[in-house]
Design a binder for this molecule. Structure first.
Ligand SMILES: *[C@@H]1O[C@H](CO)[C@@H](O)[C@H](O)[C@H]1NC(C)=O
Ligand SMILES: *[C@@H]1O[C@H](CO)[C@@H](O)[C@H](O)[C@H]1NC(C)=O
Ligand SMILES: *[C@@H]1O[C@H](CO)[C@@H](O)[C@H](O)[C@H]1NC(C)=O
Length: 357
């Protein structure tokens, strides 16, 4: 029964209206007299990313089947002159021809540059044209769609890769999907994290399932930069549990809004020692002992600096001044790692003000 369903699915999608372009018909389709715009996918039959894209591309064709937008593709191996005319260097390349008569005019062609998801493609087309197709408002997905053809390449990027393996007939997968989407948003600015999906109904996947012994859907695996492979085994698959799992595996402190938690930067072991010396903060011997202990703890440089401020009697001006200064810096435009660093420092500074003063 399942095979039959997949077969029907393939049959239906192969009926979608992707226009096949050749050297002969290219100009008449792309520079058509009606001025209709055309999205063209330049591809090669041997290219793995093209195979991954194929089912998505057919969905795009279906999406625009009732509109003036033409969805087309051209095989660059059998139509080299066209592909060299447009200086195609990699596959797949997608260009939107805006539908004026002169397809050679660079003004009439826009290159697609973002990641190749259905939502991104629709956003790209709609934002370049004034098409009015009733679509559900949705921001582009941050989930990286993966197949067995590009899995190893994506995994080898020195990032922590978290992948959910799904199938379109699986109800638990459907239920998980919004949370997985939110998870990808939470970590969208963490350049070391990839949140991906292998949607096994529409992409090649068999070797992956056997390699990782995947027998049910959804299965969630984490592939860490250090080579560890982790399986997500929690009963709950809600956003908060997923975020905590990624945080603890990847040493991050995201909250479910993508902000940083108030625990980031703190080292509980040192906080405990600080609590113990609270009553003796004028005892320099004790403070020096503390510095010696703290030095042995990994990542404790900032703590050490602040304890030295206490020893030098500067902390009562330094700590509030530093909190003010960092809060001012936060008003600037900063990238994620700068933001994180400042928030971590602020958390430590606040811990000191609560314990020491
Ligand atoms: C394209 O060319 C045809 C024939 O020359 C002309 O009738 C039509 O208006 C042109 N369309 C656009 C969008 O310029
Ligand atoms: C990621 O960065 C962009 C640009 O600064 C920002 O608009 C977006 O809200 C950030 N996302 C998260 C989850 O913080
Ligand atoms: C963030 O900005 C700093 C300073 O401009 C830069 O050194 C750092 O590489 C940037 N980090 C990322 C992840 O872009």
């Amino acid at each position: 029964m399942r095979n039959l369903l997949i077969y029907c699915y393939l049959l239906v999608s192969s009926l979608a209206n992707v226009i096949q372009l050749t050297t002969k018909n290219f100009d008449s389709v792309v520079s058509n007299p009606d001025g209709n715009p055309t999205l063209v996918k330049f591809y090669a039959t041997w290219c793995g990313h093209c195979k991954t894209l194929a089912p998505i591309y057919e969905e795009i064709a279906q999406h625009y089947s009732e509109s003036d937008v033409q969805i087309a593709e051209i095989d660059c191996e059998s139509n080299r002159p066209i592909c060299s005319q447009f200086k195609i260097k990699g596959f797949p390349t997608m260009k939107l021809f805006l539908g004026n008569n002169d397809s050679d005019d660079a003004e009439n062609v826009v290159d697609f540059k973002s990641s190749r998801s259905k939502a991104n493609l629709i956003e790209f087309i709609d934002s370049n044209l004034e098409v009015s197709i009733p679509v559900v408002e949705s921001s582009p997905s941050k989930i990286v769609q993966i197949s067995e053809l590009d899995f190893d390449e994506i995994k080898s990027q020195d990032k922590d890769l978290y992948v959910v393996f799904t199938a379109n007939w699986c109800q638990h997968c459907l239920k998980l999907h919004p949370d997985w989407e939110d998870l990808a948003k939470v970590f969208e600015n963490d350049s070391n994290i990839i949140i991906g999906e292998v949607e096994t109904t529409s992409v090649p996947h068999k070797s992956l399932l056997s390699r990782y012994n995947i027998k049910s859907f959804p299965t969630i695996l984490g592939f860490l930069q250090n080579g560890d492979i982790l399986e997500y085994n929690f009963k709950e698959r809600d956003l908060s549990t997923l975020v905590k799992w990624v945080n603890s595996n990847s040493g991050l402190f995201r909250d479910i809004d993508g902000g940083i938690s108030s625990e980031a930067g703190l080292i509980p072991e040192i906080d405990k020692l600080l609590g113990e010396i609270q009553a003796y903060q004028d005892d320099h011997g004790l403070l020096h002992d503390l510095v010696n202990k703290v030095e042995k703890i990994e990542g404790s440089e900032y703590y050490k600096k602040l304890i030295n401020k206490i020893i030098n009697g500067e902390h009562q001006t330094y700590i509030p001044g530093e909190i003010d200064r960092l809060n001012k810096i936060l008003k600037n435009k900063l990238n994620q790692s700068q933001l994180d660093n400042i928030h971590k420092r602020l958390n430590v500074l606040k811990k000191f003000s609560s314990i020491i003063f």
